[in-house]
Design a protein around this ligand. Structure first.
Ligand code: BG6
Length: 578
């Protein structure tokens, strides 16, 4: 991923705007950053390998931070083609600085295009795929930037979002969206654009989400949207309910810490108005009666996929329909049968994950009803699904998903209970009261972070961890291991506890701590015998266990406690300390 931000309008101090926007987008990439802005009739480009702070330093050193300008674009990069370097950082320009391009995504046919453009006489300075866009636009430019861009994008294959400016037409910015998100913020006397809404929330809450295959021409007072052939498309703006405060760090050192801290509140919001002791209210599902569903596919990536795994366990157990959970990046390239009474559910915090989106389209093309669990309103998956249920988690800036996961679980509980009520006349009173306690129980766990911190300090120097769980706790073990690798850069692997003896046991010794997700319940004693096996091999054992479980301490070196709950809700509590 990469992040794009930009502005066209009345003169402002452009650098603080672009740098602020890039900071909001650093979650999308942070190995290089750059800006281009109109400066005394020419395009001034400053870029660097490294984070946004390094770019700011460079701009400060050149005395550019208070420059006023009517036009600018910024980019933060996560290298795909070409290592992180000053040359490969965006914006990319042609040699005479006539055109500047920021780009998110991948141009799949860049090798052929580069060859063609080189034989036309253009010389390249970067290793990026992006540079072909610059020279295609230059090649096709005949006093009309829009025409040149339209011709250029028709030559590109792949998924991309692009922002283009030219020193010949300084009154406009051209955006192209094909497979990567781009949103336009409608201001008064100014237009903003970015990869998501966060960079311009302080300035406007009216946004236009570009659709696939659309080109937008922005001036300070107008937005014109068209397809690649130039046919004008009517656009409608959407009101964004998120506030700039919601997307701020709120005094925390990292967004992720803030987002973990919000987990109790998020679950409360997700449940708000959707459950009380008399029942569940999910009007979004009214057109999706469980009686008409023969099989459910749940499709997602990463953390959202693990939420889907727990969803499968819940729905199969409570509702009794078969559920296939699929990693989107696998499913989309496979051939598989579907039946008319299948339903497909997509889980995505961002609503923009390319593989999940591609899978959604695949099911739609095959006439299957689609339901999505999405956090970002107006995102592509939201717009393209037949039905969307919103997570209500607020902006999640940390790349590694945390609060969205608990919101996803909360929604999956609600859906499972609703369908179980319809199909099996489940009495949901007891479940409803358990659900409503969850926000408080999450807050209780988070009130003793010091205990968890002490464990982190004790174990951080180990290089490998094995996470074990059975049943409901296996997806939680998977998610716990994912967090450790992605955030701590420590190798961690999760296994269904009962499967450990079929291979991974060979790795277990005193250098391989085992994290066991083992609350009291139906599968407790089975997991306990697996822990015996790891203890026999002298692995240090850390358990996530239920408060008051006096047996577990005899088997483990350390315990992270979760409050007592109905067993079905224990997975949600277990993920908090992990
Ligand atoms: C990954 C993140 O890149 O994307 C995960 O590291 C996330 O935390 C995954 O779950 C899928 O994202 P989304 O937005 O589709 O839920």
């Amino acid at each position: 991923m990469c992040g794009i931000v930009g502005y066209i309008g009345e003169k402002i101090e452009i650098v603080p705007f672009l740098i602020g926007g890039l900071r909001d987008l650093e979650y999308r990439g942070y190995d290089s950053a750059g800006v281009v802005f109109l400066d005394d009739g020419r395009l001034n480009v400053v870029k660097t390998e490294g984070k946004v702070n390094r770019l700011l330093k460079k701009l400060q050193d050149r005395g550019l931070t208070h420059k006023k300008s009517t036009l600018g674009m910024g980019h933060t990069r996560w290298a795909t083609h070409g290592a992180p370097s000053d040359d490969n950082a965006h914006p990319l320009t042609d040699s005479s600085m006539d055109f500047a391009v920021v780009h998110n995504g991948i141009i799949e046919n860049h090798v052929e295009l580069r060859r063609e453009l080189q034989s036309d006489g253009y010389s390249f300075v970067s290793d990026t795929d992006t540079e072909v866009i610059v020279y295609l636009v230059k090649k096709y430019y005949r006093d009309n930037l829009l025409d040149a861009v339209r011709q250029a994008v028709k030559r590109l294959s792949g998924a991309f979002a692009v922002g283009i400016v030219s020193r010949f037409e300084l009154d406009k910015v051209i955006l192209v969206r094909q497979g990567s998100p781009l949103v336009v913020g409608i201001g008064s006397g100014a237009m903003y654009f970015a990869s998501d809404v966060n960079p311009f929330l302080t300035y406007t809450d009216e946004a236009v989400f570009l659709e696939e295959g659309q080109i937008a021409v922005l001036t300070s007072r107008s937005v014109e949207v068209m397809d690649y052939d130039g046919s004008i498309v009517e656009w409608e703006s959407m009101h964004i309910e998120w506030t700039p405060e919601m997307a701020s760090k709120g005094g925390f050192e990292h967004y992720m810490l803030k987002e973990i801290e919000e987990e109790g509140k998020v679950v409360r919001e997700t449940l708000e108005g959707r459950v009380n002791l008399d029942g569940i209210s999910l009007p979004e599902l009214s057109g999706a009666s469980i009686e008409q569903i023969g099989r459910l596919f749940i499709v997602a990536c990463g953390t959202s996929y693990y939420a889907g795994m727990l969803g499968k366990y819940l729905i199969e157990e409570l509702v009794g329909i078969p559920v296939e959970v699929e990693v989107a990046s696998e499913l989309r390239y496979r051939r598989f049968p579907v039946y008319p009474n299948d339903m497909a559910m997509f889980i995505s915090q961002s609503g923009e994950t390319a593989d999940t989106l591609a899978s959604l389209r695949l099911f739609k093309d095959r006439g299957i009803k689609t339901v999505s669990l999405v956090n970002v309103r107006g995102s592509t998956i939201d717009r393209e699904s037949d039905v969307t249920l919103y997570l209500r988690a607020g902006p999640e800036i940390g790349v590694a998903s945390t609060k969205a996961f608990v919101a996803q679980l909360a929604l999956l509980y609600l859906i499972a209970f609703q369908w179980a009520k319809e199909r099996n006349a489940l009495d949901i009173r007891e479940y409803a009261s358990g659900l409503l306690k969850l926000p408080y129980q999450i807050e209780e766990i988070l009130s003793d972070k010091e205990a968890i911190k002490r464990l982190a300090e004790k174990y951080y120097s180990f290089r490998n961890f094995l996470y074990l769980g059975r049943g409901f706790y296996y997806p939680i073990a998977m998610e716990g291991a994912l967090k450790l690798k992605e955030i701590s850069y420590i190798h961690a692997e999760a296994y269904p506890a009962g499967e450990m003896k079929h291979g991974p046991i060979a790795l277990i010794d005193e250098q391989m701590p085992v994290v066991a997700v083992i609350p009291r319940g139906y599968i407790y004693s089975k997991t306990l015998s697996n822990l015996e096996e790891t203890r026999a091999r002298r692995a240090p054992i850390v358990a996530v266990a239920t408060t008051g479980d006096s047996d577990i301490v005899r088997y483990t070196n350390d315990v992270m406690w979760i409050p007592r709950s109905m067993e079905i809700f224990a997975p949600m509590l277990c993920i908090v300390p992990l």
